[in-house]
Design a protein around this ligand. Structure first.
Ligand SMILES: *Cc1c(COP(=O)(O)O)cnc(C)c1O
Length: 415
């Protein structure tokens, strides 16, 4: 038997799983079939309220790559202050969700000329990942006669201690090295483009409040140093990055967001004068939507091999790659899973939940303790609201895409 992560508190009670007050059977009925993702809008709204209370005066941006499902993105657009995108495709989705172009920023390496042109035409801010990208944006703006909105993504010399995925510190494809960032700001301003500020992202999936607070303080200090020094101008906006993690695995505990907020409020109250008129924002993906999502998949076959029980489901890693341990984790650890109609029944056996792909990688839960489940029963995989449907190799093996449902939203849809 191997341990698994804890079921998120919002879903942990009762004999049978409910999501947003709805039974699993009714959700599957509405979506049409398993496998499916259900996203609980009320759970996302609670997260947003928690953020607002902890970070007064700080903007909240949604990193749409965490979950771009159209009804969910539309719900986010009316509840956050900005959407951060990483491709022209996501930019179009953010606009389609109803976000004003002025509140969209486009980061990410490898932006094509066509994407840069589209962003400039729409009035979306480009977070520049290199000097060459800045040169191209300025030239394209000149050619089409539209003043580009440009921010400088800085590759800081630090990263969040213990963060899950390293995206800052040392040699990186992301951002301009801190030592060269001020020079790029000068180039932008001399070219007559609108300088929007700095974007400084130092890591992801951090659960340690003190480590995040330390990084945010270092980020504010770096922005002040760059603004006060060679850049020669205060930034209108500093995007402080995000990195708020969620407790996927055994032993993880939830991030103390109140503590992060209290520390940032103190940091900002004492910020250097050069940042006096600057707005600050935090960009979050998984912390906003990850715990709100549940992947529901039905047992198609129950088999025993060499004494081990396998629950073979109609879902798998082509929809929920992360649960199989193949998305940004080194060692496979178990996401929380449950037999949906026997949520709190005592465990009766050790079983592995596998998907329908013909590869040993397709294991959603490895030797976990569960009540006995049989053919037709629904297995719930929790922590599935971020980096699921669109971060999984859906085309691999030619199975259909998952169904998706926003529970409690004004719009319900399926891709
Ligand atoms: C992916 C990404 C995010 C969101 O990360 P989460 O861990 O989901 O919060 C935020 N900012 C940038 C620049 C990203 O690339």
């Amino acid at each position: 038997m191997k341990p698994m992560g804890s079921i998120p508190p919002a879903y942990a009670d009762g004999q049978a799983l409910t999501i947003g007050g709805r039974t699993v059977a009714s959700l599957i009925g509405e979506a049409g079939d398993t496998p499916m993702f259900a996203y609980d809008l009320a759970a996302i709204e609670r997260r947003i309220a928690t953020f607002r209370a902890a970070f007064p005066g700080v903007g909240l941006h949604y990193a749409i790559k965490a979950n771009p499902f159209a009804p969910l993105a539309a719900a986010m657009a009316s509840r956050v202050d900005g959407i951060d995108v990483a491709s022209a495709g996501e930019m179009v989705r953010a606009i389609g969700a109803g976000m004003a172009a002025a509140d969209i920023s486009f980061a990410g390496p490898g932006k094509r000329d066509r994407e840069i042109e589209e962003a400039i035409l729409l009035g979306v801010t480009l977070n520049l990942e290199s000097e060459a990208e800045g040169d191209r944006a300025i030239a394209i703006g000149d050619r089409i006669g539209v003043r580009p909105r440009l921010a400088v993504r800085v590759n800081p010399d630090f990263e969040i201690r213990g963060s899950g995925m390293r995206m800052g510190g040392g040699a990186k494809p992301f951002g301009v090295d801190a030592a060269r960032a001020a020079a790029l700001v000068r180039t932008i301003r001399q070219a007559g483009a609108e300088w929007r500020g700095f974007h400084i992202f130092a890591g992801s999936q951090a659960l340690d409040a003190a480590a995040i607070a330390e990084t945010q303080a270092a980020t504010v200090a770096l922005a002040a140093e760059l603004a006060g020094g060679a850049a020669g101008a205060p930034p209108p906006l500093v995007n402080l990055g995000g990195g708020f993690g969620i407790p996927y695995f055994p032993g993880d505990s939830a991030l103390d967001v109140g503590a992060v907020g209290a520390a940032l409020v103190a940091t900002l109250a004492a910020r250097p004068r050069v940042l006096g008129d600057t707005n600050f924002a935090i960009e979050l993906g998984r912390w906003l939507v990850g715990e709100a999502g549940v992947y529901l998949t039905r047992v198609v076959d129950r088999k025993v091999s060499h004494g081990e029980v396998f629950l073979v489901t109609d879902g798998g890693m082509h929809h929920q790659l992360a649960a199989s341990g193949n998305f940004g984790t080194v060692v496979k650890r178990n996401y929380p899973v449950a037999v949906a109609h026997r949520l709190n029944d005592p465990a009766e056996e050790t079983a592995s939940v596998v998907g329908c792909l013909c590869t040993p990688l397709d294991r959603l839960a490895d030797r976990v303790s569960l009540p006995r489940a049989g053919v037709g029963d629904v297995i719930a995989v929790f922590m599935a609201g971020a980096y699921g449907a669109t971060a999984s190799p859906q085309a691999f093996l030619g199975h259909p895409p998952p169904r998706e449902l926003l529970v409690g939203g004004p719009l319900v849809g399926e891709r």
